[in-house]
Design a protein. Structure first.
Length: 69
């Protein structure tokens, strides 16, 4: 059986979904990282802010399969 070639290309756009992206979106809307960073001072030996570290811990704990960090 012959197949016809379809010259039309379809562009697909993907979006991340799941618990981590939903929780991250909520935490960003609440400004959790900024609140934590405004209270705690940044230390030069730590490459990321404490707010970013807190986001990683919160997202990990709220996932269905938390992993050791």
């Amino acid at each position: 059986m012959k197949t016809q070639e379809n010259p039309t290309t379809i562009e697909v756009e993907t979006y991340p979904i799941g618990v981590a992206s939903i929780v991250l979106s909520l935490l960003r809307q609440l400004g959790i990282a900024e609140i934590i960073d405004s209270v705690l001072t940044h230390q030069p030996e730590v490459e990321v802010s404490y707010g970013q570290l807190a986001l990683a811990i919160i997202i990990n704990r709220l996932s269905f399969d938390p992993q050791p960090l």
